[in-house]
Design a protein around this ligand. Structure first.
Ligand SMILES: Cc1cc2nc3c(=O)[nH]c(=O)nc-3n(C[C@H](O)[C@H](O)[C@H](O)COP(=O)(O)O)c2cc1C
Length: 298
């Protein structure tokens, strides 16, 4: 399945059918997660949690017995690093029919952090349930989805720009970047706020965070959203045959006070031979082989 199709079809799953996660699925996800790196070079430590033995639960999740928590050292851009790595895991699971939901808020955070063995200097941005989607959503899930308009996204030209924030980018003008930017638009985000803003300048694609949520708890959940957006962009661009290199060099483009530069990709074409490798790279298993196939800096 093409990565863009997985991205389009993924949705948060909060109602599961009660089947325990099959051991081979758990093993594949954990192996993949252990190898799911990110362009910030910050490793994430993954901890599977059995709801039955730990008593952990989330008020929005029904019918899943397994949760996956991720924790890492609290350093600059750790949230974005986490978002990138965890979204790779989310898409890997989605491609196999395993449901997930990013959860930063609707949980007993203290209980999950204790169960995940959080150490000094570490933080645990999010967890996800892992399981098989039920045929029908619970009423609570349907109401939640309507509440955050989970099925809609901001229009292309409201979030993507050309050269400066004064010039909205159209789908037509996006050319070879269109699919990768569409993949950004489909990304999940906390409360579906979609804080990513992107300015395309020649062969550089600059990602910004529009901070529309007051921050609390010492870390920035919307920076996790930016990591997810970078992940969608990179996986889709590579599948489309573009080679990327990751950089963090603020281009100094004038932006609003609530908008902050995060990171960029420089884009160039890649020969067809390598393109084939990239299509294999992101959703297939085993992870060590994928790593060996990685030739670019994402
Ligand atoms: C960083 C992050 C944190 C989230 N936290 C929660 C949460 O605490 N509880 C919840 O039910 N959904 C949470 N979500 C899921 C979003 O509400 C969901 O992604 C968004 O509404 C879009 O819906 P979709 O994922 O089905 O496309 C979170 C998503 C992200 C990316």
């Amino acid at each position: 399945m093409a990565i863009l199709d997985v991205i389009r079809e993924r949705r948060s799953v909060r109602t599961f059918d009660g089947t325990p996660l099959r051991p081979e699925d758990a093993r594949q996800i954990l192996d993949f997660a252990a190898a799911a790196d990110n362009p910030f070079g910050l490793p994430v430590d993954w901890v599977p949690l059995d709801a039955k033995t730990t008593g952990l639960s989330s008020p929005v999740i029904v019918g899943a017995d397994t949760f996956l928590a991720g924790k890492l050292r609290q350093t600059p851009f750790a949230e974005a690093a986490f978002g990138y790595s965890m979204e790779r895991v989310v898409l890997f699971a989605a491609a196999r029919g395993i449901g997930t939901t990013w959860i930063a808020g609707t949980m007993d955070r203290g209980a999950f952090e204790a169960a995940a063995g959080l150490r000094d200097g570490e933080f645990m941005p999010c967890i996800t349930p892992l399981g098989y989607p039920a045929k029908k959503m619970s009423l609570r899930e349907s109401v939640m989805r309507r509440g955050v308009k989970a099925d809609s996204r901001l229009p292309f030209s409201a979030v993507f720009f050309e050269e400066s924030f004064d010039r909205p980018l159209t789908e037509e003008a996006a050319g070879r970047l269109r699919d990768a930017l569409e993949a950004v638009r489909f990304a999940p985000s906390a409360v579906n706020r979609q804080p990513w803003r992107v300015v395309v300048c020649g062969d550089k694609v600059h990602f910004y965070e529009k901070k529309n949520k007051a921050q609390s708890g010492g870390w920035d959940v919307q920076l996790v959203d930016l990591g997810i957006a970078l992940c969608h962009f990179a996986l889709t661009a590579q599948e489309g045959g573009l080679a990327l290199s990751f950089l963090q060099e603020d281009p100094g483009i004038a932006c609003a006070a609530d908008t902050a530069y995060v990171a960029s990709y420089a884009v160039c074409e890649t020969p067809d031979l390598k393109k084939e490798k990239h299509i294999q790279q992101h959703l297939n298993f085993p992870a060590p082989l994928q790593q060996a196939a990685e030739t670019f800096e994402v």
